[in-house]
Design a protein around this ligand. Structure first.
Ligand SMILES: [Mg+2]
Length: 179
């Protein structure tokens, strides 16, 4: 990849964006169900030169419900579903009731670590999430947000049905800007 291509990324919330929200912590691989169209959407973004970076709150670790190996097993399942094209996974294990963490969204430390590691230009990046706190984490790092799913709107952010719709929006938006 050349420098230009590696400067942009799509940050991805996990539950409700990449895999089905089950109304509880998703930590068993059996409960980790990749949503329809997600592998195709990720491939389209990857082909257009975007890094793909998952940023997920995993407070169940702080609460003792599961451990890092369980998170890794779910992420392995996601990588296998999409041919291994996800560049990095960041997760925030803390919860305010147990331990404060700048990693945890709406904190932006996960994004900032990836921005430094991959030398990203935040103004060329996007954050796709299904909660206001996802977009807030993006905004704190200078990254534009797209909200997906059946959720409360966030002022000023596009609100689309799902990740495939968000990927199409990103590709349309950025190709129009370059034209
Ligand atoms: Mg979510």
């Amino acid at each position: 990849m050349n420098d230009f291509a590696s400067a942009k990324a799509v940050f991805l919330d996990r539950d409700g964006v990449l895999n089905a929200e089950i109304g509880d912590y998703v930590w068993r691989p059996a409960d980790f169900v990749v949503l329809p169209g997600v592998p195709e959407a990720l491939h389209a973004l990857h082909a257009a030169g975007y890094r793909l970076i998952v940023v997920t709150n995993q407070a169940g670790i702080a609460k003792g419900l599961y451990g890092p190996a369980d998170v890794a097993a779910c992420h392995q399942k996601l990588q296998e579903a999409c041919g291994g094209i996800i560049d990095a996974f960041y997760y925030a294990p803390g919860h305010p009731s147990v331990s404060e963490s700048l990693m945890r969204k709406p904190g932006s430390l996960m994004l900032e670590r990836a921005i430094a590691r991959f030398r990203l230009d935040p103004s060329q990046c996007w954050m796709v999430g299904d909660r206001a706190r996802d977009l807030e984490a993006g905004a704190r790092a200078g990254v534009r947000g797209i909200l997906v799913g059946e959720t409360e709107p966030v002022a000023g952010a596009p609100h689309l049905a799902n990740l495939p719709a968000a990927a199409a929006y990103i590709l349309r938006h950025d190709s129009a800007r370059q034209a």
